[in-house]
Write a protein that binds this ligand. Structure first.
Ligand SMILES: Nc1nc2c(ncn2[C@@H]2O[C@H](COP(=O)(O)OP(=O)(O)OP(=O)(O)O)[C@@H](O)[C@H]2O)c(=O)[nH]1
Ligand SMILES: [Mg+2]
Length: 186
């Protein structure tokens, strides 16, 4: 006798490459560590080149395996190699809310990422939101970004605030859906 398999069919997995971009020490590695492994360390070990991590994100109607490219930060010695960006479905621009100059670095990285990738989804993460007493970035400084329809979020890799939401939202947007909307099909 044949039995009918009533298990719902597993949603297919779609892989998406996401690059973490930003000046040095803004918290790119820490955001990935928080998102993928739920850990945080106060110790600073600068990233040399690139480190790749993966995490499966469950969305309504789809499963997205994010391939997170944690790139070295830009400083006076190192400039981002745009070859790292190739094939990215989206990117996170990370800013350290306690260092205003990192917002300018994000703008320049954004221009280069846009030139390399075209208008793929991105989010602007203003990180270290647990350090509000040292905050240097005024809300008004983010208005030009919001005017361009950028998704702007405050995050803290230390407390975890805003981190999961940011990357899950970006995962959804790489599939062409906005926050809160179900993904059609299976
Ligand atoms: N208080 C606080 N510290 C943070 C946060 N995120 C990162 N840090 C600290 O900031 C420092 C730099 O963090 P990293 O994650 O290594 O920064 P990065 O952007 O990967 O740096 P590079 O690889 O050099 O470009 C470390 O000492 C972290 O502990 C945060 O949300 N809050
Ligand atoms: Mg790093």
């Amino acid at each position: 006798m044949t039995s009918v398999n009533r298990q719902p069919r597993k949603k297919p997995i779609v892989q998406k490459k996401i690059c973490m971009l930003g000046s040095f020490a803004v918290g790119k590695t820490s955001l990935v560590a928080r998102f993928v492994r739920s850990i945080f360390s106060e110790a600073y070990h600068t990233t040399v080149g690139v480190k790749i991590d993966k995490k499966l994100v469950e969305l309504p109607g789809a499963r997205v395996k994010l391939i997170l490219w944690d790139l070295h930060g830009e400083d006076e010695f190192q400039r981002l190699q745009t070859t790292y960006l190739r094939g990215s479905a989206g990117y996170v621009l990370v800013v350290d809310g306690t260092r205003r100059d990192t917002l300018e670095s994000a703008a320049s990285l954004h221009a280069r990422a846009r030139a390399a990738l075209g208008p793929v989804p991105y989010t602007l993460a203003i990180n270290k939101s647990d350090l509000l007493d040292m905050w240097e970035i005024e809300e008004a400084e983010l208005d030009p970004w919001r005017a361009r329809d950028a998704v702007v979020a405050r995050t803290s890799a230390k407390t975890g605030a805003g981190v999961e939401e940011l990357l899950v939202e970006l995962a959804a947007r790489t599939l062409g859906v906005e926050r809160g909307q179900a993904v059609g099909g299976s």
